[in-house]
Write a protein that binds this ligand. Structure first.
Ligand code: ATP
Length: 699
């Protein structure tokens, strides 16, 4: 790459990072910045276009923002010709439809979201209408009743207004008084009805957003765990927040205003037709032209809406992630990098919004021009009609007033229609998520056994995560009821995954898991999970008091004494009691140490007196003394508290596993050794080697 081109390119990248491809896709030679850095500046089409196209950066869309690079001048170039070509290029870029048009949108994202099923305006409206109607139909009935009354009152007023003025000018006192009283009556009616209309539609907004969020949230919560592996939390919360709010405007604002203005427009048109049909038709023609322009504009709005929605969700996701990991960011000093990452999405949002605003400006310009020309046209035609004695000044006044109403109503309709289409476009992803069927696990009612013994069998089980290689291969293990077993093996060999399969968080790719002789998928999974106590490596706490955190998800009624006993067994009572508010202290994920969180999670698992207890590195953050105490208590619980327990322990510390009845040694997704501590030592295999290493470097 030549030096000047290289530096220039780097400068451009620094200034406009989202709009230029990364350096590996940059033109390699023969490019320099032109002298004319005028708006809009572009990337020359002679550069390595195909490479640009194949990259994730769409130069076609973005280049047209501000950059202009031309092949390096060999010294013989014709300046005038270059300038002329430049301006042609610039002028053409202002028109939509040209491949390098300024109006082209950054549609990389659309490719990704293209899977979202298209929804028609009718279907979206019907769904939203039903949501409000089913919750409170009276709100809608009163709202539409008030809307109709207000619209009729308002549209009658210009006619009566003109009648009053002209009756006064003609000295007809009685007529004037009657019209004046009518005006007062209509003013009061329209005032009351408008207030009622706004209030009821506001209420419909609230109902709709609440129902949308309820339904969307419950649709999301009941998805398979693998769904959450694919979707980001920020994306989902953005759908629940901003997108639902956007959708709620459809009934409360858009439909409300569109219906009101449609009624007013119909009334105005009816009056116009009675006044003068040629004038009415000329106004109609102008309204039709406006509608045609609006159609073009609305199609553009639909596309910008979807992109805005997606980019906003991505920005939200980045912000959520950065704020959640703020400590890591501070420690690694990556604040600026994170701001840059967030800004990248804001830039893309601004890119779309700029075009959207420009399109809105154009649309408003067309409207204003046509609106004014209607008035000019009316005065011209009306003036000719008055001069030739075909119409009166009163009729012309009424005509001009109603003409204004008609055009104004048309503008309000189209304006709200564009906002409606914007929301409908945003509704696609929301409805798509809402329509997801709950996980199979919640749809089928499985078998509930009278008692869970805790006999577990993995028969030829294989498994891989979505888009990953096979992780577990042909696992055949048996865990007898009331046995304590340990899973041992190097990090990443699939120990936690094995447990995830037992909890049915994922389904095996092959093979079957049996619990008490029944295939796992035949059992009522909620019932089974009630009987399992699970403590994960990095337990999470909810933002609520410690007592509620320990009691969380417990299927039976518990007293304060039960909670305290469980906390004592988990070695948690002492530190909880040291807090000023004891068990009522509000905690969350950030307010306790790792070891404290683990102890609360262990207390939570002990409290529910499970038939199967799974401890996945559950004591890894505890000091040795507490770990031994907790381990001894848990093992002692085995035959205690009204029922036996099968205990599965995953641990790296060998001190935790030596007491197990059976140890499964895993490596690269396979169980390679089975036996108790002594048996495995005698085998002198992988486990024995682990013990030797451990004895050399005890933790
Ligand atoms: N949700 C997931 N999606 C894709 N891959 C995953 C997922 N969860 C775990 N993995 C991958 O599966 C492999 C096994 O993970 P697993 O947590 O079962 O290992 P482990 O033996 O419990 O490790 P450790 O002892 O470090 O906890 C890892 O390579 C991990 O990256």
């Amino acid at each position: 790459m030549n030096t000047s081109g290289d530096i220039a390119y780097q400068n451009l990248r620094t200034s406009f990072p989202p709009y230029l491809p990364p350096p590996e896709f940059a033109p390699t030679s023969g490019f320099k910045l032109t002298k004319k850095l005028q708006f809009p500046i572009m990337i020359s089409t002679n550069c390595r276009r195909n490479e640009f196209k194949s990259s994730s950066y769409r130069v076609r869309n973005s280049s047209l923002m501000f950059q202009y690079m031309m092949p390096e001048d060999d010294g013989n170039g014709d300046e005038n010709f270059e300038s002329f070509g430049h301006w042609i290029h610039v002028s053409l870029s202002l028109f939509p439809g040209v491949s390098y048009s300024w109006w082209n949108l950054d549609e990389d994202k659309q490719v990704q979201i293209g899977a979202a099923k298209r929804i028609t305006v009718y279907l979206a409206l019907r769904r939203m209408w039903k949501l409000v109607w089913d919750s409170n139909r009276w709100v809608l009935l009163v709202a539409f009743g008030a809307l109709t009354m207000a619209a009729i009152s308002e549209i009658s007023m210009p006619n009566i207004l003109a009648d009053s003025i002209f009756s006064a000018s003609r000295g007809k006192t009685t007529v004037f008084a009657r019209k004046f009283h009518l005006l007062v009556f209509l003013s009061i009616t329209s005032g009351i009805c408008s207030g009622l209309r706004s209030g009821c539609f506001g209420l419909a907004n609230i109902i709709l957003v609440k129902r949308l969020r309820e339904l969307l949230y419950s649709a999301i919560v009941f998805q398979d765990i693998s769904f959450f592996d694919k979707e980001t939390v920020g994306n989902l919360t953005s759908r629940l927040g901003a997108d639902c709010q956007q959708l709620a405007h459809i009934i409360g604002n858009n439909i409300n205003l569109i219906t009101r203005n449609a009624l007013q427009a119909t009334g105005a048109l009816a009056y116009l037709l009675t006044l003068s049909w040629p004038l009415a038709i000329s106004t109609l023609v102008i309204c039709s032209v406006l509608s045609a322009i609006f159609l073009l504009y609305s199609r553009y709005v639909m596309r910008t809406a979807k992109l805005t929605q997606e980019f906003a969700a991505c920005a939200h996701d980045v912000a959520r992630e950065s704020l959640t990991l703020v400590k890591t960011i501070r420690i690694y000093g990556t604040e600026r990098k994170e701001v840059g990452r967030y800004k990248q999405w804001l830039d893309r949002l601004a890119f779309i919004s700029t075009r959207e605003s420009a399109a809105y400006g154009l649309w408003n310009m067309s409207f204003s021009t046509l609106y004014r020309s209607t008035q000019v046209f009316a005065v011209l035609l009306g003036g000719i009609a008055i001069l030739s004695g075909q119409t009166s000044a009163e009729q012309l006044t009424k005509y001009v007033l109603y003409c204004e109403w008609l055009i104004y109503a048309t503008w309000r309709i189209t304006d709200n229609l564009s906002s409606l289409l914007y929301s409908i476009a945003a509704s696609e992803t929301v409805f798509q998520l809402m329509d997801l069927l709950p996980s199979e696990q919640f749809l089928c009612k499985g078998v509930k056994l009278p008692e869970l013994m805790g006999h577990i069998q993995f028969v030829n089980v294989s498994f891989h995560y979505h888009l990953r290689d096979m992780l577990l291969e042909h696992i055949n293990i048996t865990i007898r009821a009331n046995e304590v077993v340990a899973l041992v093996g190097p990090s990443g060999c699939g120990k936690s995954t094995l447990v995830n399969l037992l909890l049915r968080l994922y389904e095996p790719t092959n093979g079957q898991i049996f619990v008490d002789g029944i295939p796992l998928w035949e059992l009522d999974i909620r019932w089974l999970r009630e009987k399992i106590g699970y403590v994960e490596q990095e337990p999470n706490l909810f933002h609520m008091d410690i007592k509620s955190n320990i009691r969380y998800g417990c299927p039976m009624n518990t007293t304060q004494e039960d909670i305290e006993l469980a906390a004592k067994q988990a070695c948690a009572h002492e530190f909880i009691s040291s807090f000023p508010n004891g068990y009522d202290t509000i905690v969350d994920d950030n307010l306790l140490s790792g070891g404290e969180k683990q102890r609360i999670a262990i207390a939570r698992a002990i409290l529910r007196n499970p038939a199967i207890l799974i401890l996945d590195e559950a004591t890894s953050a505890l000091d040795s003394e507490s770990e031994h105490f907790v381990k001894d208590t848990i093992f002692a619980l085995k035959d205690n508290r009204g029922g036996q327990k099968t205990i599965i322990v995953i641990a790296h510390r060998l001190s935790t596993v030596v007491a197990a009845d059976k140890i499964f040694v895993m490596d690269r997704g396979q169980v390679i050794e089975i036996g108790n501590h002594e048996e495995l030592l005698r085998k002198d295999g992988y486990y024995a080697r682990l013990v030797k290493v451990h004895n050399k470097h005890p933790d």
